[in-house]
Design a protein around this ligand. Structure first.
Ligand SMILES: [Zn+2]
Length: 333
């Protein structure tokens, strides 16, 4: 019987669960709303229900599922499986999530930060497949990321490594959610791009961007900025170029620090594709040390919102050497 692993991606808006084989074949994926406003207990119950549902939907018997991996947003302790705090999950403080899920599903469980898990998924089955040293940026409402060195996630002293969005790029730049000024997140996240778009609409009321939102700055989104840029609007193109430059500065720093083989850019903002990446490559090339920068592949992510479940399943697989889990005697299959 082929071993199967359950990857769960617990997000602020959605919970996704997927059954994946050790060769990376996706058997089934199910997604539901998180409804985190209903509180910690109900959210955990929804995770457990979804985990069971995906097994039923795939007709995979429970004994075939060897381990469970879960990615959670926020500050978490990987080893103890405790969610210390999560801005995306209101009310979550020191929640022993791994223990609760383990008790319900009776499987070994591995937990990690959602951005780490998504990075690990990209490394396993996405754009990072061929590489052992990979840095993954996820550009969405905020900016997250994961660092993979020697095919392993870098965790740091207290599991906090890889906060790629909070590298200072502009010392006196816009205020970031973390309290600092000029963080990468405050400059290149979808939120930041929309903010620049709103400013541009006010300053250039005749631009194509202003026409696209019918002059209503409050309707500008990052998507609209990219749309206007690809249609040739100069104002929007400037925003995209500036976003790419800021990201390129961050990437150059990372290249010099970690000497990766590949830097992968994912998340909603990365849908801008080459329009954005060409600026990132140019700036990173200019600023990184020659020997280090030259060979680095700066590419778009491939798995999109499935990266999380792939990474979670992979973590579960690699940490699932606990055949005697739960005191049951089961032979190796
Ligand atoms: Zn910050």
């Amino acid at each position: 019987m082929t071993p199967v692993y359950l990857g769960i991606d617990l997000g602020g808006s959605n919970i996704t669960a997927a059954l994946i084989t050790s060769s990376g074949k996706l058997l089934r994926l199910e997604k539901i709303k998180t409804h985190s406003h209903e509180g910690v207990r109900k959210t955990i119950a929804r995770v457990v229900d979804l985990a069971r549902l995906v097994q039923v939907a795939a007709s995979v018997p429970s004994r075939q599922v060897k381990a469970v991996g879960i990615g959670v947003p926020g500050v978490i302790s990987c080893k103890s499986g405790v969610v210390r705090f999560s801005p995306n999950l209101p009310g979550w403080k020191n929640v022993p999530l791994a223990a609760k899920i383990k008790a319900a599903l009776k499987k070994p469980i591995v937990m990690d930060n959602d951005a780490n898990v998504a990075a690990y998924g990209e490394k396993w089955m996405g754009a990072g497949k061929k590489y052992n040293h990979v840095v993954v940026y996820t550009l969405g409402t905020g900016v997250g990321g994961g660092v993979i060195v020697d095919s392993k996630l870098l965790h740091g002293y207290s599991d906090g490594a890889g906060e790629l969005g909070h590298m200072t790029i502009l010392p006196e730049g816009p205020r970031c959610n973390c309290g600092n000024r000029g963080c990468l997140e405050a400059l290149v996240s979808g939120t930041a791009i929309a903010r620049e778009g709103r400013r541009a609409v006010k300053e250039h009321p005749k631009s194509a961007l202003a026409r696209l939102c019918e002059g209503r700055a409050d309707l500008v989104t990052s998507k609209l900025v990219f749309q206007a840029a690809s249609a040739g609007d100069v104002t929007a193109k400037n925003i995209v170029a500036q976003t790419g430059r800021f990201l390129g500065i961050a990437v150059a720093n990372i290249i010099n620090l970690l000497n990766p083989e590949a830097v992968i850019i994912g998340g909603g903002v990365s849908k801008a594709g080459e329009d954005l990446l060409k600026h990132v490559r140019r700036e990173a090339g200019r600023r990184s040390m020659d020997d280090l920068g030259k060979g680095v592949k700066i590419v778009a992510a491939k798995l999109e919102d499935r990266a999380g479940v792939f990474g979670a399943a992979r973590l579960a697989m690699q940490n699932s050497h606990y055949q005697a889990e739960g005191g049951r005697k089961r032979r190796h299959e």
